[in-house]
Design a protein around this ligand. Structure first.
Ligand code: NAP
Length: 227
C-alpha cells in the first residue's frame, strides 16, 4: 500500500522504517525537502539529523507535504501539534479527501516552558479540530499516548501486554486502522474509546505521560488497563 507519513521527526521516522519493513511504499512529507536534508541535529542533539537517518533508510521517499499526501492511500499525521493544521493545509484538502488520516499529534504548547501545556482540551481536541478543518478526511486518533519506538514495536515492552487507544467518527476507517496496528505494528491490545470526541481523553493523558517520563527517567513505558 502507498502510505504517506507527514512528519520528519522521531515518530515519522519510526513509522516509516516499520512500514517499509512490512512491505509498504512510504513517502515522508516535509515543508521543504532541501532544507530538511541540510538541517543539522534537532532537539538539543538527542534527535539525529534527518539526513543521517535517511542515508540508512533510503527506501523511504521524501517529498513535500502536498506531494506526499497526494500519493498516500493512507496518511499518518506525525507533525508537531502546534504546526499540524498548517502542515495539513500544505498537504492540501483535496489530497486528504476520502482518505484515512491517522492522527498521532498532541496539542502541546511549549511557549511557557516545561512542562508543556495543552492548547486545546476538555471541550475539544486537536483531532476534532483536524476533522472540522478537513471534513472529507477520515480522522482516526491513535498512538499519541506512547513513545515513538513502542508505537511500532509494542512486543519490546512486557511482551506487548499493554494498551493503545483508538477514536474516530468513521467506524470503517477505525477498523482498518485497528487491523494495521495489529498486523503491521504487532499490537495485541487495542481499546476502542468510541467517537472522535474521545480523542480529548487520549490527548489529555499527555500531562500524566510527561510527568511519568520525569518520574521514571525514561519514555519507554506504557499504560495498561486492568479490568
Ligand atoms: N516523540 C514521541 O515519542 C511522540 C510520542 C507520542 C506522540 N507524539 C506526537 O507526534 C508528533 C510528532 O512528534 P515528533 O517528536 O516526531 O516530531 P515533532 O518535532 O513534534 O514534529 C516534527 C514535524 O512537525 C512539522 N512541523 C513543525 N512545525 C510546523 C509548522 N509550523 N508547520 C508545518 N509543519 C510543522 C515538521 O515539519 P518539517 O519536516 O518541515 O520540519 C516535522 O515534520 C507530535 O505531535 C508529538 O506530540 C510524539
Amino acid at each position: 500500500m502507498n502510505i504517506a507519513v507527514l512528519g520528519s521527526g522521531v515518530v515519522g521516522r519510526s513509522l516509516s522504517s516499520k512500514l517499509i519493513e512490512r512491505g509498504h511504499d512510504v513517502v515522508i512529507g516535509t515543508r521543504d525537502v532541501d532544507e530538511l536534508l541540510a538541517r543539522p541535529e534537532v532537539a538539543g542533539g538527542w534527535v539525529a539529523p534527518f539526513s543521517e537517518w535517511y542515508r540508512n533508510n533510503d527506501s523511504v521517499d521524501l517529498a513535500t507535504f502536498s506531494e506526499a499526501a497526494e500519493r498516500g492511500e493512507i496518511i499518518f499525521n506525525a507533525t508537531a501539534g502546534g504546526g499540524t493544521l498548517d502542515a495539513l493545509k500544505l498537504a492540501g484538502e483535496d489530497n486528504l479527501d476520502g482518505k484515512i488520516l491517522v492522527d498521532i499529534s498532541n496539542p502541546l504548547d511549549f511557549s511557557h516552558g516545561m512542562p508543556p501545556t495543552l492548547f486545546v482540551c476538555n471541550t475539544e481536541s486537536l483531532a476534532e479540530q483536524i476533522q472540522q478543518a478537513f471534513p472529507g478526511a477520515r480522522v482516526v486518533k491513535t498512538l499519541n499516548t506512547l513513545t515513538a519506538s513502542l508505537m511500532v514495536d509494542p512486543a519490546s515492552l512486557a511482551g506487548g501486554d499493554h494498551h493503545v487507544f483508538v477514536s474516530s467518527d468513521d467506524g470503517d476507517a477505525k477498523e482498518r486502522v485497528v487491523q494495521l496496528l495489529k498486523n503491521d505494528f504487532g499490537w495485541k491490545e487495542v481499546i476502542d474509546l468510541g467517537d472522535l470526541k474521545t480523542a480529548r481523553a487520549a490527548e489529555m493523558l499527555l500531562p500524566m505521560w510527561l510527568a511519568l517520563i520525569n518520574a521514571l527517567g525514561t519514555p519507554t513505558f506504557n499504560f495498561k488497563v486492568v479490568r
